[in-house]
Design a protein around this ligand. Structure first.
Ligand SMILES: [Zn+2]
Length: 191
């Protein structure tokens, strides 16, 4: 793991609570709890060590979150990178954005212009899952349906099966009930 401290900590909107624990000897941990960030440090840390480690942990958290939650711009850039890497650069969507209005769908692609929307529910999921969702919608700019040609494109991405399993499990855990989660297949706005 890189241990750089050059990330920008966003402390303006975050309240930091430092907890000193006598049980901790050398480990430091940090997590978000609503708009607070809890940083646990060993009781023996000096004030200088506390400052150093709090900053370090805030940087790390921000860095991790940034990678998991790219902006619209970051999302579009990622889509183009994925298109280059797995689809020979053939998928050229007109726009790629997050959307909170995807209902049960993980993403959608409106044809023929090829505007891709990714559900904000995918935000915070592992990057390889987001990549799959992006690739799925990118592939739809080349093949509208879910035929063999479509899946052949997605087979180029090594984590397709794993990502589909992840999303199915996620949908199932959320929707256990009369409605079956299986139709939470990546949704596609009809062309
Ligand atoms: Zn689809």
């Amino acid at each position: 793991m890189p241990d750089t401290a050059d990330g920008v900590a966003n402390t303006a909107t975050t309240q930091v609570e430092v907890r000193r624990s006598r049980r901790r000897t050398s480990t430091v941990s940090a997590y978000r709890d609503g708009d607070r960030t809890i940083v646990s440090i060993p009781a023996k840390f000096s004030r200088a060590q506390e400052r150093e480690w709090v900053q370090r942990m805030l940087d790390r958290l921000a860095d991790k979150e940034q990678r998991r939650r790219p902006s619209d711009e970051g999302l579009a850039t990622r889509a183009l990178e994925l298109s280059e890497k797995y689809l020979d650069g053939l998928a050229r969507p007109s726009s790629v954005r997050w959307s909170a209005r995807q209902g049960r769908r993980w993403g959608s692609c409106s044809l023929p212009e090829g505007s891709i929307r990714i559900s904000t529910r995918v935000r915070g999921m592992p990057g390889w899952v987001l990549d799959y969702v992006l690739l799925h919608e990118l592939a739809h700019t080349l093949h509208a349906g879910h035929g063999p040609d479509f899946w052949a494109l997605l087979d180029r991405y090594p984590r397709t099966e794993r990502a589909r399993g992840f999303l199915e499990g996620h949908a199932f855990a959320r929707d256990v009930g009369p409605d079956e989660g299986a139709d939470d297949e990546l949704g596609d706005a009809p062309g």
